[in-house]
Ligand binder design. Structure first.
Ligand SMILES: O=C(CO)[C@H](O)[C@H](O)COP(=O)(O)O
Length: 233
């Protein structure tokens, strides 16, 4: 098995320990979150956990829940009055638990559900840990299509590069679950993530920013390629 897969699965298995009977669980987006969903599926079919409900953070995750035969557990935000725990992946994490998210273009729904949850637990493999963010991955920003060129220009004025995200088939810009576009922004200068998030969010037409503040995160579980895990609280 691929080393990264071993690391992601180790983090996903560890996250299972934070679930309880009757929990409403926010289910993240991406391959690591899907590793968690597969572990959760095992628990559910073996009756090791009871009356759990699943709130997806994207259409992609919703489809995976249905494909696993768990449609009866699927709930939308308006069908529950809270989320006990959200488990989600990330593209980058720094030592203060600040995250870059949105590699899968799901950052807005992820932030809505992850921040709503009483506990927000992040699962990553060790290659996602960096001294500061953004390091390798630009900051995904969800924008209203009408405003994309203006926002791109405003970001470039702030310094750095800003690119409208296209699909791999080059048929046009990626469209999010909310009908918006994604701009990937790599700033020139390192800045405090909370300040960076605030500055970008102030640009009219920006829907959400793929910086998730470490202050909002309960725990980061880091899976290692030897199968071990470490936790940042
Ligand atoms: O933010 C996300 C989707 O919008 C994902 O959580 C992030 O891209 C990590 O994905 P993966 O686990 O596949 O590396």
């Amino acid at each position: 098995m691929d080393n990264i897969v071993i690391a992601r699965e180790a983090a996903a298995r560890e996250a299972i320990k934070y679930l309880r009977d009757k929990y409403v669980v926010g289910v993240g987006t991406g391959s690591t979150a899907m590793a968690f969903l597969r572990e959760l599926h095992k628990l559910i079919i073996s009756d090791s956990i009871e009356e759990i409900l699943l709130v997806p953070t994207s259409t992609e995750t919703e489809i995976e829940i249905i494909k696993l035969g768990l449609a009866h557990l699927l709930r939308y935000p308006w069908q529950v009055n809270h989320v006990d725990v959200a488990i989600d992946g990330a593209d980058e994490v720094d030592r203060r638990k600040n995250l870059i998210k949105g590699g899968g273009a799901a950052l807005t729904r992820e932030k809505i559900i992850d921040y709503w949850a009483r506990e927000f637990i992040v699962i990553v493999d060790e290659t996602k840990v960096f001294p500061s963010i953004p390091s390798k991955h630009p900051i995904p920003i969800e924008v209203i299509p009408f405003a994309w060129s203006i926002i791109k220009a405003r970001l470039e004025e702030l310094g750095g590069t800003a690119e409208l995200r296209f699909g791999s088939g080059k048929r046009g810009p990626i469209v999010t679950d909310n009908g918006n576009y994604i701009i990937d922004y790599m700033p020139k200068a390192v800045m405090n993530p909370d300040d960076m998030e605030r500055i970008i969010k102030e640009i009219p037409g920006v829907v959400e920013v793929g910086i998730f503040s470490g202050k909002r995160i309960s725990k980061v579980i880091i899976g290692r390629i030897d199968g071990s895990v470490t936790t940042m609280d």
